[in-house]
Each structure stands twice: as C-alpha cells, then as structure tokens.
Ligand binder design. Sequence first.
Ligand code: 5RP
Length: 273
Amino acid sequence: MDWGMDNRVARMFPPATGRSVMLAVDHGYFMGPTRHLEDPKATIAPLLPYADAVAVTRGVLRTSIDPASRTAILLRVSGGATILKEDLSDEAITTSMRDALRLNVSAVALSVFVGSPHEHQSLTNLATLVNAGEDAGMPVMAITAVGKELEKRDARYLALACRVSAEIGARLVKTYYCEGFSKVVEGCPVPIVVAGGPKLDSEEAALELARNAIDEGAKGIDMGRNIWQSPRPVAMLKALRAIVHDGASVRDALALLPPEKAASKARAPSVAA
Ligand code: 5RP
C-alpha cells in the first residue's frame, strides 16, 4: 500500500461513492481571461464548497483559493502555449513536484497530445512527471486532447490516448465523452473522469453528458464551462453532484435548477467575450 498516494486519491474521490465531482477552472493557462472566468476568485468562491476537487494552476491557487478550503486541489502543471498559436501541443512541465508538494495538492495534471506535432514531447513529459509523482506519492492525471485535438473526439482516438497515458503510468485520466465511450473505459485500466468541453446548448445537454458518462463507466467529471458559464452555476454544480453521487436521473437533476430568469438576475454581468 502506498498510503500517501491512496490518501490523495481518496481526498478527490470520496469513499462513500468512489466518484468525484471536479470543478475545472484551469482554462486561463492557455485561453487567458475566458468568459465568466475573468476574475477567478469571484467565479470559484461560491462553487468551491460543492466540488470534491478543483483543477487550477498554481497562480490561481495562490491568488484565488482560500487556504482554509477543504476541497482537494488538482494542480495543472503543464503549459507553454496559448490560443494565439496554431499548435497548442508544444507544452512543457511548468511546475515542479517540490512546489506541488509545498502547495499540498492532491494530484498533478498535464495534457497529452496524441497524434499532434508534439506527441512525443507531451508523452515524455508525462513519463517525467509520473517518475517524480511516484517518488513523491503524488497521483498524476493525464488530460487527453484539448483545443484543436477535440476535433478527434471519437472512441478510437480517445481509447488510444487514454490507454497510452495509463501505460506510461498516469494514475488518473481525464478525457471527453463520445459515442461508444464504454470502449474508452474498457481499454483504460485507471479511473477516467470526463470534461464537459465548450458550453453546450442547454444545461440539460450537460447533465445528460454527465449521466451517460457515469452510466458508461466514468468515475466522475472534471467540468468547467458548462458550470461557470451557466446562468446558475451553483445550482448546476449541485445538479451534477446529484447525478454523480446520488444516481439522479437527468430529469431529477434538472428539477434542482431554479428558474433561469431569477438566476441570471443574480449573476454579475461578464466583461469579456
Ligand atoms: C482546460 C482543461 C479543462 O480542465 C477541461 O477542458 C475541462 O473543462 P471544460 O469542461 O470546460 O472542458 O483541461 O485546459
């Protein structure tokens, strides 16, 4: 037994269900001040108590998250490219394991770009991070396919990316829901959580995505834009919790959302596009 590693995983995946609702707010590391995440502290604070874990960079962790929070931290440690570049795959490890330990995080996360110009670099970055993580008792999450790689959102591609990540030693994998998702889960020997991707047309669609992903074997969600770009983010997060932890149907989860008009009045207007 590796107590430190297991303890960190259990902080993110509460043992009562073994599943996790992770709040993804790490988009700024390559997208800048994304809509409704212009002021990370303001966006994150009301949501934090309802997330099992929050995915952030160290910059946002230090500036925008109360150190007294009990929510587990999933620290993004890859970066080096922005949306101004054609190729987002040219990433490096940006944060040392020493800093991750000092920040007392529960896991570190890095993107892998299978099939991209920097496939080799991102996979060897993963190997380097896993070597450091195994030494430190720190779980590593591989994040498959962000940005343009999302165009390849099909089961064969995602199964390849997830399996390769697990083979290199990732303890957890984050990927995207797709048709035939259960094949992705079957081929991956470590737990998978799903991202939401860009804001969907409705909250119902995002809840459906979560329901289907869990039914097909995901161990949780790591969702961002479909929560904090919703007109009622806290209610949306609670509805997702009901799906992930309580087995709620999409219909039952939808019933937890307050009327949209009342919710959007309460929300401060956004300044960025
Ligand atoms: C950004 C990420 C996000 O954490 C991931 O895409 C989940 O967020 P969303 O649900 O908004 O897609 O890796 O780099």
